[in-house]
Structures are given as structure tokens and as C-alpha cells.
Design a protein around this ligand. Structure first.
Ligand code: G3H
Ligand code: ZN
Length: 285
């Protein structure tokens, strides 16, 4: 099996993106893995700190390893781990890669914290580390509006310094993206900001967080402009939830989880397939 780094290099050269999908239950993970398998696509799966707490950190690792042993091309990311301690715990538990998200700290503290995790990852065998710079607003849920300000966008010069001083492999950037879906506002990426950041730093992989709710065309344009990793969470949560709600209404007496969860599983799997097609990773294994 190729390494995650090799897939990123391939994605960068060929201008496609690795899909990154969050899960907090075993059936959600299975839906993502099956979708990727059917399309011959490499895939990243992830747990945030909250998701990891729910499914169990060690259990998430064991589940993903079991798929890897069966030959599935799936990599587990510790998504938005906010402290050095928790990022290190994820590395120790066996995650394939980690996002140390110290973006709410000052620039200097963000660099220091991220660098500690990069050094730790090197000691532990050199797994890929992602850092985050810029203020990414919103939560992975439905929201009315989220105020977006250019002041929160990633600045090319700072990003360059951040990458040089930390040595991160991937950089999560902010250029109009937000976490979650907004119902009373249009989500819109600012491509010139992405272009300026990409131009400033040749040796890093760029990550688009908060891709739920963005029009397909914008995601495609972002990939064409240098994004090689796209994160989706809210759309999956909504698909899973809505299918479950409809099923419980349709079959109120059904109490067997593998029966009433089947439509949620299928809805999530279909959505992941659609996204993998959009990201251009189909057939890349
Ligand atoms: O790290 C996770 C993602 O950035 C998810 O964002 O909920 O807007 O899809 P989203
Ligand atoms: Zn994110």
C-alpha cells in the first residue's frame, strides 16, 4: 500500500484531492470505507476530539486498522486536536496522521505548539502532521449565518513563515470557508487568497476545511488552484440524521438497529461517493 504522503504527492501532481470524512460510529466508518472501495479511491477518515471520545480513541484506531489489514486504502486522521497533549495521545494510540489545531492561539504559540507535535511525530516514525492558520469560524452543524471577515483569512507571508518554522506537511487555510452549513447566507471562497498562499509556499499540501455547503464548482476551482485535501463533515451528519428520522417515522415499531440504521448507512455511502467523484480521486489506487 502506498503511503499517505505518496497519495498527496500524486494528488498534487495530478490536481485532484484526497477526501477526508468524519465519523463517530462504526457504521459511518464502514459507509465511508465501502464507498471508497467501490470507486477505487484512497480516502482519509477522521475523528475530532469529540468524535474520538464517543467511539473511543483506541477503538477508532483498531477499526481502521482492521480495514487496512483487509487491503482498504484508508488513513485515520486525528482532526482538530487542540492541544499538544491530545495530539500526542492520538499519535501514541496509532492514528496515521494528526491535525494539531492551535489556530486560536497567538501566531507564536501556534508555531511553538505545532512544532512540538511535528517533532514528536518525527520521533514516532514520521507520520504526516497538519497545522492550521487563520480563523476558521462555525461549527459542523446547520447554522443561520456565520460572520466571515477577510481579517480572519490566512495571510501568505505568515503562512510561509509558519510552514518554514514548524515543518508541517499539510496546512489548513482560511479563504472564505467556514465549518458547517449556513442557511441564510451564501458560502463563497475567495480564490485570490488561495492563489496567493499557494504561490507563497511550494512545499506543503493545502487543506480545505468546512467544505459542506460549498457549491461543487467552487470546490473544483479550489482543487484546480492547489487544494489537495477536502474535509466534509456536516453534510454527512445531515444525510445520516435525515435518513434516520425518515426511517423512524416510516417504521415506528422497528427496534433493530441494523434495520433502522440501514437507510442512514446507504445515504452516507452515496454522499461519500458523490464527493469522491467531485474531488477527482476515483480510480487513483
Ligand atoms: O474538519 C472537518 C471539516 O472541516 C468539516 O467541515 O462540517 O463544514 O463539512 P464541515
Ligand atoms: Zn475542519
Amino acid at each position: 500500500m502506498k503511503t499517505l504522503r505518496e497519495y498527496f504527492l500524486q494528488a498534487k501532481t495530478e490536481k485532484w484531492a484526497v477526501g477526508h470524512f468524519n465519523f463517530s460510529t462504526a457504521d459511518q466508518l464502514k459507509a465511508i470505507v465501502e464507498a471508497a472501495k467501490e470507486l477505487n479511491s484512497p480516502v482519509m477518515v477522521a475523528t475530532s476530539e469529540g468524535e474520538a471520545k464517543f467511539i473511543g480513541r483506541e477503538q477508532a484506531v483498531a477499526l481502521v486498522k482492521s480495514y487496512q489489514q483487509e487491503g482498504h486504502v484508508v488513513f485515520l486522521n486525528a482532526d482538530h486536536h487542540k492541544t499538544e497533549e491530545r495530539a500526542k495521545q492520538a499519535i501514541d494510540a496509532g492514528y496515521d496522521t494528526v491535525l494539531i489545531d492551535a489556530s486560536k492561539m497567538s501566531f507564536e504559540e501556534n508555531i511553538m505548539t505545532t512544532k512540538i507535535v511535528v517533532d514528536y511525530a518525527k520521533e514516532k516514525g514520521g507520520l504526516m502532521v497538519e497545522g492550521e492558520l487563520g480563523y476558521l469560524k462555525g461549527e459542523s452543524q446547520m447554522q443561520g449565518t456565520v460572520e466571515i471577515s477577510p481579517a480572519d483569512f490566512t495571510k501568505p507571508e505568515e503562512a510561509k513563515e509558519f510552514v518554514e518554522r514548524t515543518g508541517v506537511d499539510r496546512l489548513a487555510i482560511v479563504f472564505g470557508n467556514i465549518h458547517g452549513i449556513v442557511t441564510q447566507q451564501e458560502e463563497k471562497l475567495t480564490m485570490p487568497v488561495l492563489q496567493a498562499v499557494v504561490f507563497a509556499i511550494p512545499n506543503v499540501f493545502f487543506v480545505l476545511h468546512g467544505a459542506s455547503g460549498l457549491p461543487d464548482e467552487q470546490i473544483k476551482e479550489a482543487i484546480a488552484n492547489g487544494i489537495t485535501n477536502v474535509h466534509i463533515n456536516t453534510e454527512l451528519r445531515v444525510a445520516y440524521h435525515d435518513a434516520l428520522e425518515a426511517e423512524l417515522q416510516k417504521e415506528p415499531d422497528q427496534t433493530t438497529p441494523y434495520k433502522f440504521l440501514a437507510p442512514s448507512f446507504e445515504a452516507m455511502k452515496e454522499l461519500v461517493k458523490k464527493k469522491l467523484e467531485l474531488f477527482g480521486s476515483v480510480g487513483k489506487i
